[in-house]
Design a protein around this ligand. Structure first.
Ligand code: 5RP
Length: 225
């Protein structure tokens, strides 16, 4: 699996050209993309500015000598490469398994060419087997949790080392065990209207391309909109 992640991540780096502002995703697949960008900067003199999607990726990029800008310093991002936890045939995805969904979405919506890199196990017919991450403000999080419970969403607070996981933006994550999400757009819209929800891991109508690495090679799926 690690090999496939690396193939997808490295392949995606081909979309990066001199002078671009580049969104650097988070997770074990995006890791290889960031690593390849670092290599090209060192070995080929590639000139780009990176915009990171988490403190973890910031640390990796700094270590590799990738020049960085904050998202507020740029009008748009030329290309972003990020991972995904599940992708359906309509280019809808679940993201946030690594807890970075808020920053990832902020960077993603400002990106002209938004690319996901996945191994083939992430491709599904219907989203929802992967627990949907919902980022919520800490204040009143218990109330939201009970609301989700009442609705039958089987929520659980994300934990790390036995403590509640706190995101880079200082929020909690509640993961919803939905099983299937037949209408991701509608479900995402509903979550958008819950007071206390900052953002959720349903990324609908955003990805322009998905690079899928599988045992039989690499497929590049393009969204036509
Ligand atoms: C982090 C994410 C990741 O992109 C997603 O979880 C996929 O990660 P990985 O490539 O490690 O499977 O959304 O918040």
């Amino acid at each position: 699996m690690e090999k496939l992640k690396k193939i997808a991540g490295v392949r995606a780096a081909q979309y990066v050209k001199n002078g671009m502002t580049v969104g650097l995703g988070t997770g074990s697949t995006a890791y290889y993309f960031v690593e390849e960008i670092g290599r090209r900067i060192q070995e080929e003199g590639l000139q780009i500015a990176g915009v990171t999607t988490s403190s973890r990726t910031t640390a990796q990029a700094q270590e590799l000598g990738i020049p960085l800008k904050s998202i507020d310093e740029v009008d748009y991002v030329d290309v972003t490469v990020d991972g995904a936890d599940e992708v359906d045939p309509h280019f809808n995805g679940i993201k946030g398994g690594g807890g970075a969904l808020l920053m990832e979405k902020v960077v993603g919506i400002q990106t002209k060419d938004y690319i996901w890199v996945v191994d083939e196990s992430k491709m599904v017919d219907t989203l929802g087997a992967f627990k949907l991450p919902v980022e919520v403000v800490q204040y009143g999080a218990e109330r939201l949790f009970r609301e989700f419970e009442k609705k039958g969403y089987k929520p659980s607070f994300r934990e790390h080392d036995g403590l509640r996981f706190v995101t880079d933006m200082k929020n909690f994550i509640i993961d919803l065990d939905l099983g299937a999400i037949p209408d991701p757009l509608a479900f995402g819209n509903m979550l958008d209207h819950q007071v206390g929800v900052v953002e959720h891991g349903l990324f609908t109508g955003m990805a322009d391309r998905v690079i899928v690495a599988g045992q039989d090679g690499v497929r590049i799926l393009e969204a036509h909109r």
